[in-house]
Design a binder for this molecule. Structure first.
Ligand code: ZN
Ligand code: ZN
Ligand code: FE
Length: 752
């Protein structure tokens, strides 16, 4: 296997290449390292265990004077290499100024704030050249203090001395500041009355969290809603006020030992938690933990992360307890970033506000990752990573703007040999979200100084993003089918060469098809230049449309009706009255408000409801997650048989067999597992059939359904055992948050 690592930071001229060379030789790895315009690029090959060790030891054993601002990695197919070498630097390539992401507070700065003799002792905005905010404080380029939100703070003589002294750690650190001259915190009650400032405000905040209050805390890329994660009552109150019924909330801990008390941490999970990007990492909860049940109710996992600013460290150190730290918004609105906004939207949610007077120029939510299949899968690519680009193996002739889709939106601009993905924007569901969306597009075009030659949107005529494209770029707009864009994302991050083809499985909840129905269980033969739909689920109906998404029992009934006809009304295991069933049958028969779909996400929902796990949901993919977690508790190896013919995956025989197992009284865990095994088998059978016909061996696994660990690991392994090359997501999310990469790539190939 090959491990590809891209590092930005102070890694040139500091002995980094010899260090990596020694480490590779010691572990018996082959490959190379080279300096490029933004840092270093490393590729090494060997056993997975050795590669993991290499990855972890880069962080822990790197030269003292080197600094890592970001490290992005993925495990890919072997090349193979013969030896380890230090290659010639790549000097060419457009030197478009890289805007760095926000960087977690460094060890030296943490030392400063804990040393009573240091002049920055307990200063919550301490930073240096190697850490602190970047992306969220930059107004314009070049990155100088006058172009950041630090411009209103005049440096004191001592700070100015550091700033101008080349040997100082704060030489030209743009956000440099101290107690005397920098930003400070202030505490307000929910009416906006100023209660206290500076040290006293922090003391008081900790006291209030301990008492069970909810505090809106202004951080790096926006406000968090914070409360004691071990206080059942406080967490429940937060949920109620935020209108967030069951969707898990992230918990911030002081260190990895504290996390270990509450959750299981594997090697790669621990690395991710500690990495300079400081993402939220989804890990398995311990049964003996002390966290409130309301943190992630009915869920065996929890999102955990470490503090990334001195302010967060100071709060947690004093509090000595983990806190819930969730985006400060109500349902689908963007995260609050300034005081006016926070008070207007959150005064009914937070009891107190811990604000500060350093302006957040652009909001940036926390990133989220999960380790699946011994690889790091991004679920949300945002703070700590945005706006770093994803390299592509070609040069855009003219800049491309990719508008994303609807859910988990992130836009992208393709320019030179890179695609810059934006921070997480979210679902384009509310006026505020749409406003943030347009702001981000203008922001990216301005920052990277581009005027797009091609603009790419989804096919869906109803999406805000599509309408935006039509309204502003009608002459340059190319529309790309949703699932093809997913597959292109997966292909390009996996370095599929220009003329090869892949078998692409795009399984997700929803995406507009070329026949104007809702697709989502799609298999394509795809290249960068086009695609052919070779298999899909047999179409079924969603009685009530959107309502069926919120109520999987409706989808479940539809699946039963299509399998058993009128007999479906006799089953009494779904929470539906006789009357409700009659209405549903009427809708299905007469095709009233019952859109047709081939969605794999909806099939997972339907099965979850049929076996009694989830009949109505309060957040996206909740039923599918319940199904995955039930399957996790079983190790059944058998599966259901299914019919594949005429380009169709016939799922109805599966429903039939599931009903048989239910009648036999088989536990839901086992049925859930057998269903997962079935989908893995379908992926393998289709791949084999297509390979026989075409010889294609590369199989792309993409779309939100592949966030499911059992499905992804299971299909990855069987495909590998049978000589396929499975391609999975490690750079951008498999969900719609990663789709703009594929759209940008399409913009290059389809519109020369
Ligand atoms: Zn620092
Ligand atoms: Zn100062
Ligand atoms: Fe999708």
């Amino acid at each position: 296997m090959r491990l590809k690592i891209e590092i930005t930071g102070l890694v040139q001229g500091v002995g980094f290449r010899p260090f990596v060379h020694r480490l590779a030789e010691e572990l018996g790895l082959k490959g190379y390292i080279l300096n490029n315009t933004s840092g270093v690029l490393i590729e090494v090959e060997g056993d997975k265990a050795k590669l993991d060790e290499f990855l972890v030891r880069i962080d822990t054993e790197k030269p003292d004077i080197s600094r890592i601002y970001s490290l992005r990695h993925s495990f890919l197919e072997e090349v193979p290499f013969r030896e380890f070498e230090i290659r010639e630097s790549i000097a060419e390539g457009e030197k478009r100024a890289l805007i760095l992401p926000d960087i977690a507070v460094c060890k030296e700065c943490l030392k400063d704030i804990t040393n009573p003799k240091d002049r920055r002792f307990l200063y919550p905005f301490t930073n240096c050249t190697n850490c602190g905010p970047r992306f969220t404080i930059i107004n314009s380029l070049p990155y100088d203090r006058v172009n950041t939100s630090m411009k209103s703070f005049r440096m004191c003589p001592e700070c100015e001395k550091e700033y101008n002294f080349p040997q100082d750690r704060r030489f030209h650190a743009q956000p440099d500041a101290c107690h005397t001259c920098g930003p400070w915190v202030t505490l307000y009650d929910c009416e906006g009355t100023l209660l206290s400032g500076k040290d006293e405000a922090l003391e008081k905040t900790v006291h209030l969290i301990r008492k069970g209050f909810i505090i809106a805390v202004k951080g790096m890329g926006g406000y968090h809603l914070v409360c004691d994660a071990t206080n059942e009552d406080a967490v429940r109150r937060l949920r109620k006020r935020k209108h967030r019924e069951e969707k898990p909330m992230a918990v911030m801990f002081i260190d990895t030992d504290a996390i270990r008390g509450e959750a299981h941490l594997g090697n790669l999970e621990e690395r991710a938690v500690n990495s300079v990007e400081r993402p939220i990492v989804i890990v398995r909860k311990r049964e003996t933990g002390t966290l409130s049940q309301a943190v992630s109710p009915g869920n065996s996992t929890v999102g955990v992360f470490l503090p990334y600013t001195p302010l967060h460290y100071m709060i947690l150190r004093k509090l000595k307890k983990p806190v819930v730290a969730t985006s400060a918004n109500i349902t689908d609105d963007p995260i609050a970033k300034d005081e006016k906004d926070a008070f207007a939207r959150l005064s009914g949610v937070a009891d107190y506000f811990l604000a500060h007077n350093r302006e957040i120029v652009r909001r940036c939510d926390d990133s989220v990752v999960r380790i699946v299949n011994e690889r790091q899968m991004p679920l949300r690519r945002s703070r700590g990573i945005a706006p770093l680009p994803v390299p592509v193996p070609f040069r855009f002739r003219k800049p491309v703007l990719a508008l994303g889709t609807y859910m988990n939106n992130a836009i992208a601009v393709g320019v030179d040999d890179k695609v810059f993905l934006s921070q997480h924007i979210g679902d384009l569901d509310t006026p505020l979200a749409s406003e943030f969306y347009e702001e981000t597009i203008h922001d990216f075009l301005r920052l990277f100084e581009i005027s797009p030659g091609t603009v790419v949107s989804d096919l869906h005529p109803g999406y805000y993003s599509t309408k935006f494209g039509e309204a502003h770029y009608s002459g340059k707009l190319v529309k790309v089918q949703h699932h093809y864009a997913h597959i292109l994302s997966c292909m390009s991050e996996n370095e599929v060469p220009p003329d090869s083809e892949v078998i692409g499985f795009a399984f997700d909840g929803t995406g507009y098809g070329t026949d104007k129905t809702i697709w989502g269980g799609e298999v394509f033969i795809a290249s960068y230049r086009g695609c052919r739909r070779v298999y899909h689920l047999q179409p079924f109906k969603l009685p009530g449309g959107e309502k069926a998404v919120k109520e999987p029992r409706r989808t479940a009934f539809s699946l039963l009706y299509e399998t058993f006809g009128e007999k479906a009304a006799k089953f009494d295991h779904l929470p539906l009255t006789t009357q409700e069933k009659e209405i549903l049958i009427g809708m299905l028969k007469k095709e009233i408000n019952s859109p047709v779909t081939t969605s794999m996400g909806r099939l997972f929902d339907g099965i979850a409801s049929i076996i009694g796990l989830s009949h109505s949901v309060s957040y996206h993919a909740q039923a599918a997650i319940a199904l995955e977690q039930a399957a996790q508790r079983s190790d059944a190896a058998d599966s259901y048989s299914c019919i594949l013919k005429n380009n169709m995956i016939y799922q109805f025989p599966v429903i039939d067999q599931v009903m048989d197992d239910l009648a036999k009284g088989l536990p839901k865990e086992i049925i859930a597992r057998k269903f997962h095994n079935t989908i893995v088998n379908i992926i393998l059978s289709i791949s084999q059939a297509v390979r026989e016909e075409t010889g294609i061996r590369k199989v792309a696994l993409t779309g939100g359904v592949f966030q499911n660990a059992i499905l992804l690991e299971g299909s990855f392994q069987v495909l590998r055992e049978r000589g396929f090359i499975p391609l999975v997501h490690q750079v951008v999310p498999p969900n719609d948050g990663g789709i703009s990469l594929g759209q940008a790539v399409a913009g290059y190939y389809l519109h020369l």
